[in-house]
Design a protein around this ligand. Structure first.
Ligand code: FAD
Length: 386
């Protein structure tokens, strides 16, 4: 499966995810995409099998697994059904902070229910023109500090996966107070904390089963829904970005497996088997090399992060950039080798091809992820002290 040395625990998680992917996700993926149907049944199996708490701390009822194990699971799910993989990834991302720094109220009432799988969580961060994602650093719509909490007035989120379906949302906003720099606030909110509307049905090019509609939120959020203590940022980029990389790696791997099988089993009109045509076999070989290269980078980046050998998210950004490019490359190759039959949508490649496009624009857009790496390599010089 992989050249990277995985532990017995990691292999066991992978194998359990693989069984669900084979039995539950893969058989439903094409239909979920065609009809843009939210994969409730598929998610229910993941809930029942204890996957929803994979990263949540044990003290909150989760499994407290590392990033590598989490990414292995996300990759395996996304291989079989990218939409389900991405919804699951959003749940993991949202769970991360409410597991790390919950308020007492959240620790008691929210985190255990997310970790147990009773509740599905998601992220309501991105807004229109948000420079490629909730994490890109662009200011969010403002909330106003009022007695006991915050007033949310008509805050528009451009894309929310599982919009209107999730039980809780990681909700992001900006607090502007006179004489203070703007603070990026994060809340974990229940679906009935605020009034909300779905502003458009979801009819995406890819990730069609995700229901990633725009939403508008209004109402009052009590202080105890806010996550970041003293309004300071909580660093969980590595988990957010690493699991994105795993999603696109999964898309690439799922499409690659189908491509390899297709080429192995297909005979051309002149009687030659496809692998006998050197150009074709070489294209598949090249795709395999790229797949293993990106997989090695993601697994090593996760492993280094889990062991504390790297601190910030740069290695995970590198893995995400590689996985985005890999997914568009391999799905493009599959569309070429599948010829007119693929173009006519008679082969499953085109679904992966459409899903892979998401990697270039989310959750931190490809260009912004590259920019983040560049900024880590070449940090802005500090202004001289006056
Ligand atoms: C299927 C799907 C599901 C999603 N689910 C969620 C979700 O659950 N929660 C959530 O919060 N968000 C979600 N998003 C939103 C996602 O994370 C991105 O915010 C969104 O896709 C970016 O689109 P945009 O049009 O706002 O990009 P824009 O900000 O308009 O950027 C468009 C492009 O402009 C370029 N660009 C913009 N700014 C810069 C810059 N400063 N420097 C260099 N280049 C730049 C980049 O090429 C970028 O790709 C989802 C998106 C998709 C497609």
């Amino acid at each position: 499966m992989t050249y990277f040395p995985l532990s017995q625990v990691q292999l066991a998680w992978h194998d359990r995810a693989q069984a669900i992917a084979n039995d539950v996700l893969a058989p439903r993926a094409a239909e979920a995409d065609r009809t843009a149907t939210f994969p409730s049944e598929q998610l229910q199996v993941l809930r029942d099998e204890g996957f929803f708490g994979i990263r949540a701390d044990r003290e909150h009822g989760g499994q407290g697994e590392g990033l590598l194990t989490t990414c292995l699971v996300v990759e395996t799910l996304a291989k079989a059904c990218p939409s389900t993989g991405l919804i699951f990834k959003m749940h993991v991302e949202s769970t991360e902070i409410v597991s790390r720094v919950p308020t007492a109220d959240q620790a008691e009432k929210i985190t255990p229910r997310i970790a147990s799988g009773e509740w599905l969580s998601t992220v309501a961060g991105s807004e229109a023109g948000h420079q490629g994602g909730a994490w890109a650093g662009a200011p969010k719509a403002a909330v106003r500090a009022v007695e006991g909490g915050y007033e949310v007035d008509n805050v528009k989120k451009a894309f929310v996966t599982a919009a209107g379906i999730a039980d809780t949302y990681l909700f992001m906003a900006t607090l502007r107070e006179e004489g203070k720099p703007p603070a990026a606030l994060m809340f974990q909110i229940l679906e009935d904390d605020l009034e909300w509307s779905i502003d458009e049905p979801w009819d995406g090019l890819g990730m069609r089963a995700n229901v990633s509609s725009p939403m508008t939120f209004s109402g009052f959020l009590p202080e105890y829904r806010k996550l970041n203590p003293e309004n300071k940022p909580v660093d969980f980029f590595s988990v957010a970005v690493g699991t994105y990389a795993a999603t696109y790696l999964g898309i690439a791997g799922g499409c690659y497996d189908l491509l390899e099988k297709y080429v192995a089993e297909t005979t051309l009109a002149d009687g030659r088997r496809m692998p006998e045509v050197e150009t074709i076999a070489n294209r598949v070989a090249r795709a395999k090399v790229e797949l293993e290269r990106s997989r090695a980078l993601l697994y090593s980046a996760c492993s280094a992060w889990d062991d504390g050998r790297v601190k910030g998210p740069q290695a995970l950004f590198e893995a995400k950039v590689a996985a985005d490019e890999l997914a568009t490359f391999i799905t493009g190759e599959a569309m070429t080798l599948g010829g007119g039959t693929a173009f006519a949508k008679r082969l499953p490649f085109e679904r992966y091809f459409r899903d892979a496009r998401a990697g270039m624009v989310m959750g931190i857009a490809h260009d912004i992820a590259v920019l983040n790496i560049a900024r880590s390599i070449f940090p802005k010089p500090k202004a001289p002290a006056t």
